[in-house]
Design a protein around this ligand. Sequence first.
Ligand code: AMP
Length: 132
Amino acid sequence: MATIFTKIIRGEIPCYKVAENDTHFAFLDINPIAEGHTLVVPKKETDYIFDLSDEDLAQTVIFAKKIAFAIDRALKPIRTGVILEGLEVPHAHVHLVPIYEESQNVSLRNKVEVSKEKMEVLAKSIADEVRL
Ligand code: AMP
């Protein structure tokens, strides 16, 4: 059965899309831990990120770098942090988390409330800064 992220990539489930190329897809995390918290997902389904081939893992990191710089340009955090967890969704992904202040709690358990309207604005502002 397709993962929830594959369904998002196929357009079967809505998302706040940020960017896409032939092999990767980026969209806002629906339960963000910071405004602009973005997920980068290889389109090919693999559960554990370190089961990706060296080439696929490298491409995932390169795509994530482009999205991180787009977040930096759009939202002006101190920098964008990276979390690899993968305990909830069995489809490899990279969490990109804008860090706005040094004291920010960047745990994946630290959810923040972001309205639908704000999520739309955040996704568009990041998308507008993506240079693939
Ligand atoms: P983890 O697998 O623990 O690295 O985390 C999976 C992440 O996917 C969580 O932060 C969820 O909030 C996020 N997530 C789950 N379903 C969706 C969805 N439909 N759209 C966007 N993000 C999602």
